[in-house]
Design a protein around this ligand. Structure first.
Ligand SMILES: C[S@@+](CC[C@H](N)C(=O)[O-])C[C@H]1O[C@@H](n2cnc3c(N)ncnc32)[C@H](O)[C@@H]1O
Length: 390
């Protein structure tokens, strides 16, 4: 009976794939919570051999991808639904189909209206003109965003969209800076380097600047991979260094970037930028654990904060709001904006600080305001504040 439900789901999937209507299939909620494989994301990809299903196996610390023909893919998906995962969400252009395994292994299928469109950046024969071009783009190819023929890989189109959005948002702030030749850019927690490469590319090829750029990363494999890609791309003044945000030795920082560095690593990065007198500080905060743990709201607010999700969102707002205020207290003009929509990632704020002039009186006023906000939410300390007060 339950296998029947899975068969119905797989038949629907096969029909959707054959009509080219699959946006993505997400298989999640492990049967065994300690299993290393966290989820599977499946979408259509066009490769030389024809249309295939691209599988991204999402593990805790890495992704593994595989392309399979539909007839090979269906038994793999069946096995994952029968043995490894409880739920699946099939996003198609005309509908959304949810498969849920409930108590005693009972499987339910629910069809609702379409929730996702085809990825914005993926258009078969035509890719919108973007700040980061795909033509002969070696680093995008090496990082797996383009295929060997320099075409956008469908399953990486969200990443490509994010890269372009990032450059679009940063472009006005960078254009207004007066940057000397050889100015230094530090990208803290550069990861695989997608955004680091894109910024170097934009600065050199679109703005004709000559930066010296360093990606700082605590994972050796990432550093090795990024340095190899930088050489292949011919980016001579871009290199990646193994180290931590708070301890890495850097000669100078004119622009400091920290995108999705976990929890207080964002504070460490902002602190490095402020201490170095960086002209521009850009960060996209990640998880916000430190301030949330401190939250002790006053009695009237408890009625709202008893809802975990609201407390979580409030903690994020207060953490990032205080970050911006602390930057302002050190003379930075700040702007907070949406980075990419939550459809792409929930980590979606960008805080931009431009170095400006300030007065001791203005600083005092901001610090007093910070004190009152902390008191209102019962916050004992904010990591960035602590670093600045040392
Ligand atoms: C979520 S990834 C983001 C990568 C990249 N910035 C992006 O937005 O695509 C965060 C990266 O920061 C690195 N990282 C976290 N804390 C760090 C620290 N204190 N020092 C150096 N790297 C750190 C992690 O290893 C990881 O590669």
């Amino acid at each position: 009976m339950e296998n029947n439900q899975i068969t119905i789901f797989l038949n629907k999937l096969a029909a959707i794939v054959s009509r080219g209507e699959l946006v993505k299939l997400v298989i999640a909620k492990q049967r065994n919570p300690s299993s290393e494989l966290k989820s599977m994301i499946i979408s259509i990809v066009e490769i030389k051999a024809g249309k295939r299903l691209n599988f991204i196996y999402r593990y805790k610390t890495k992704d593994i991808t595989k392309n399979l023909a539909t007839e090979e893919a269906l038994p793999v998906i069946r096995k994952s639904l029968e043995e490894e995962f409880l739920n699946a969400e099939l996003f198609a252009t005309g509908e959304t189909v949810q498969l849920t395994t409930v108590g005693r292994g009972k499987v339910k299928i629910k069809t609702t209206k379409a929730m996702l469109k085809q990825p914005e950046a993926f258009v078969h024969d035509h890719v919108k003109e973007r700040l980061i071009a795909t033509e002969q783009n070696v680093y995008l190819r090496e990082l797996g965003i383009l295929n060997a023929g320099f075409e956008l890989r469908r399953e990486m189109s969200d990443k490509y969209h994010q890269i372009n959005r990032y450059i679009e948002l940063l472009s006005p702030a960078i254009r207004e800076l007066e940057l000397p030749d050889g100015f230094h850019v530090a990208d803290m927690g550069s990861g695989k380097g997608y955004l680091t490469f894109a910024l170097y590319d934009f600065l050199t090829s679109k703005l004709n600047k000559s930066p010296v750029m360093t990606g700082v990363e605590s994972r050796e494999d990432m550093v090795k991979l990024s340095n190899e890609v930088a050489i292949k791309a011919g980016f001579t003044n871009l290199s990646f260094t193994l180290g931590t945000i708070s301890e890495v030795q850097l000669e100078k920082i004119d622009i400091l970037i920290a995108l999705h560095a976990c929890d207080t690593a964002t504070d460490d990065a902002i602190f490095r930028g402020i201490s170095a007198g960086a002209s521009l500080i850009v960060c996209a905060p990640c998880c916000h654990k430190q301030v949330r743990k401190e939250f002790r709201v006053a009695s009237e607010m408890k009625a709202i904060m008893k809802h975990g999700i609201l407390e979580e969102r409030q903690a994020e707002i207060i953490t990032d709001g205080l970050r911006a205020m602390l930057m302002e207290s050190r003379g930075y003009r700040t702007t907070i904006m949406e980075f990419v929509s939550t459809e792409h990632t929930p980590k979606n704020l960008l805080i931009i600080g431009r170095k400006a002039k300030t007065t001791p009186a203005a600083k005092q006023k901001i610090l007093e305001n910070i004190r009152k906000i902390k008191e209102l939410f019962g916050i004992g300390h904010h990591h960035l504040e602590e670093l600045l007060n040392k």
